[in-house]
Design a protein around this ligand. Structure first.
Ligand SMILES: [Zn+2]
Length: 681
């Protein structure tokens, strides 16, 4: 390139820095290096670059920025050095090589050539240039040190390079540690050996992260039986980007691919340049069939959710079977999410059943309705596992287990009877603390000290326990309690909500109903299961759940009164008669259930009627664990009638209305403190 061209490019860089506020930021950053006592080999500056603005200003410079970022960086470095010298910003910077410039891209043009699909092969070869990708973090190392820059001196005392800052080496994207610091470099002037001046070495932070295409979850979690394989890519996070990613979360990453030469291998990795949390878009509309249903059921605050639950999962279970379970699965799906303030909402379920087959199928089907539904496989790790990093850091690489992969979604544990005692203890501890701790032995991973790292567990757990295998079923000690199989009362308590799925009609009748349903499904797949009923597709349910999740709801005073009144009354009754402490967590559970029911009904105001559903589910759950209280509710409260027609829905409304009154009476009788704000209807 001609000298004149280079000068013109540098001029454009200067104009860009001036217009974009980069020069002002450079001057401010220089103030942090003002301490004359602290002398280092290199000084690091981050410069924000908007490719569109640069292209508009100077297309040639813009082309360098997007297609040859190393050359662009050199131009910015040269201009920054000139600015620092001309404006006397940092006296102790003597040579251009001491200025370590990092261009930070604001974005990339929205064209396919700048997008890297993590599921496609072969991956980008050729020149190193920035690309954009989306993916899920499945493993990460701890933060370790790397050499940002080092100063080398010539061992020949007569050479001018034996002092000063002539030989400076700075880390370049994709370079290994030995490319920056080594003892076989030679002097450019006299060819003598160079020796590092170790007291000037500048260290930075680095962290390695494994990113994978989000579709890989389907394979990892056994949703999909396919021969597809997904390979993760390794991201290098440096300095300010360290700790900007969390295991189990989705991100949009802008980075520069690089080949890392590590004899005898060459690995392909990405130097991250910009990292952003990524939330996939939710459909804002629900399907026409659900909108129609919403209109048709507008007369009652209970009906919409009732019908939605009744026709849920028809591919795996006949309508009307386990409606309470279906409703609760839907509530858990709707509720489980992290909101804008990063507060996590969850609803853990434990189902006591004699019918593991249908239960397993219903849960597995429900998992497919959200993007983060993970079915734990016995062969995989549940929380986290360790391996040695293979990219030269040698540090511990922490891999996400099922619960971390399910971040923001559901982790299905399946039959708790299949877990050993130590696993059950681990589950219990995670349910209580909502975090998982990983112990990293220092000796094994090249650190001086052992370390313990904790990760938040942000998913809802679904599990069931099988009662049919038990020989000589014990008679229940207390009226209403259920035998829990291998599950201790403490563990059951940690699950939040316990429900029972037993066939009341008898196992033979159930088998018959299931067989008839399966046959019907097989022969008339296009026809509705029953003539009068609604028909909703799996896609309809997906959209409904996604939309319901996004709703912001607020508690009405009526709902609040019922929840607090029931909590006070129930705590009093159960402490007095059964010696059970109702924890404050049950208030949170009640509020969550009421909010979830409100969302499932596509409303934004939580009504008394939502609170009634919450109380019924909660009371039922406590009864299964500890026996009945003075608020006696029948075990099949939620769905006592055949819902095949409008009469069934009408009857259910009447029953729920009566239970609403019963709850108010219960509160009135046992929580006198609460009666000031409860007016009897
Ligand atoms: Zn020399």
């Amino acid at each position: 390139m001609k000298m004149a061209d280079i000068l013109s490019l540098k001029e454009s860089v200067l104009v860009y820095l001036d217009r974009s506020g980069g020069l002002q930021k450079l001057a401010e950053d220089c103030k942090t290096f003002s301490d004359p006592q602290q002398v280092e080999a290199v000084y690091r500056f981050c410069i924000s670059v908007n490719p569109s603005d640069v292209i508009e200003l100077d297309p040639v410079l813009g082309d360098y920025v997007l297609h040859d970022p190393l050359r662009a960086t050199a131009l910015f470095q040269s201009v920054c050095f000139l600015a620092i010298k001309t404006l006397s910003l940092v006296e102790k910077i003597h040579t251009q090589s001491q200025v370590n410039v990092n261009l930070k891209f604001t974005h990339l043009p929205p064209f396919p050539e700048y997008t890297l699909d993590l599921s496609s092969f072969p991956r980008v070869y050729g020149p190193m240039r920035p690309v954009f990708m989306e993916g899920l973090v499945i493993a990460m190392t701890r933060v370790t040190k790397y050499t940002q820059g080092a100063r080398f001196l010539c061992i020949n005392d007569d050479c001018p390079c034996s002092t000063g800052f002539h030989h400076i080496r700075v880390h370049a994207p994709g370079a290994t540690e030995s490319a920056t610091v080594r003892n076989d470099f030679s002097c450019m002037i006299c060819s003598s050996q160079l020796k590092e001046d170790v007291k000037f070495r500048v260290l930075g932070d680095k962290q390695l992260v494994e990113l994978i295409h989000v579709k890989a979850l389907d394979v990892l979690t056994g949703h999909q039986q396919s021969s597809l394989q997904y390979q993760s890519v390794t991201l290098f996070l440096r300095d300010e980007l360290c700790n900007s990613m969390r295991i189990g979360q989705l991100y949009r990453v802008l980075g520069i691919p690089a080949h890392v030469h590590q004899w005898p291998n060459i690995t392909w990795s990405i130097e991250a340049n910009r990292v952003q949390l990524w939330e996939p878009e939710h459909p804002q509309e629900v399907s026409a069939s659900f909108q129609e249903l919403l209109k048709a059921t507008a007369t009652s605050p209970w009906r919409f959710a009732t019908v939605v639950a009744h026709y849920f999962g028809l591919d795996v279970a006949p309508p009307g079977l386990y409606n309470t379970l279906k409703l609760v699965l839907l509530l858990s799906l709707v509720l489980t999410r992290a909101d804008a303030e990063d507060t996590f909402h969850n609803l853990d379920l434990l189902v006591v059943t004699t019918d593991t087959l249908i239960l397993d199928r219903l849960m597995a089907y429900s998992l497919t309705l959200v993007c983060r539904g993970v079915r734990h496989q016995a062969s995989r790790e549940m929380f986290a596992s360790l391996s040695r990093d293979e990219h030269g850091a040698g540090t511990a690489n922490i891999h996400a287990g099922s619960a971390l992969l399910a971040t923001g979604g559901i982790c299905m544990l399946g039959d708790l009877g299949c877990y050993r005692k130590d696993k059950l203890d681990a589950i219990q501890s995670v349910l209580e603390s909502r975090t998982v701790s990983v112990f990293i032995p220092g000796k094994k991973y090249g650190e001086d000290a052992d370390q313990q790292v904790s990760f938040p567990i942000q998913c809802s757990f679904w599990a069931f326990t099988d009662l049919s295998q038990r020989s000589g079923r014990a008679e229940y000690a207390t009226l209403g309690t259920a035998e829990m199989g291998p599950v201790s009362t403490q563990l059951a308590d940690d699950f939040g909500l316990v429900i029972q799925c037993r066939d009341i009609v008898g196992e033979q009748a159930l088998l018959h109903a299931q067989a008839v349903h399966t046959l019907q499904q097989a022969v008339q797949s296009e026809e509705p299961v029953c003539p009068s009923c609604w028909k909703f597709s799996t896609q309809d349910y997906k959209e409904l759940i996604a939309h319901a999740q996004s709703l912001q709801v607020e508690l009405s005073r009526g709902a609040e009164k019922i929840i607090h009144g029931y909590y006070l009354a129930s705590r009093r009754v159960r402490t007095q008669n059964q010696g059970i402490k109702m924890s404050v967590a049950s208030v949170k559970l009640l509020i969550s259930l009421a909010e979830a029911h409100c969302k499932l009904c596509l409303r934004t105001r939580v009504l008394e009627e939502d609170a009634v559903i919450a109380v019924l589910l909660c009371e039922n759950s406590v009864t299964l664990k500890h026996g009945a209280s003075a608020l006696v509710i029948p075990p099949d409260t939620m769905f006592p009638h055949d819902l095949g027609d409008v009469d069934g829905l009408q009857e259910r409304d009447v029953t729920l209305d009566k239970l609403h009154q019963d709850i108010l009476h219960f509160i009135y009788a046992y929580a006198p403190g609460a009666d000031t704000y409860i007016t009897e209807e």
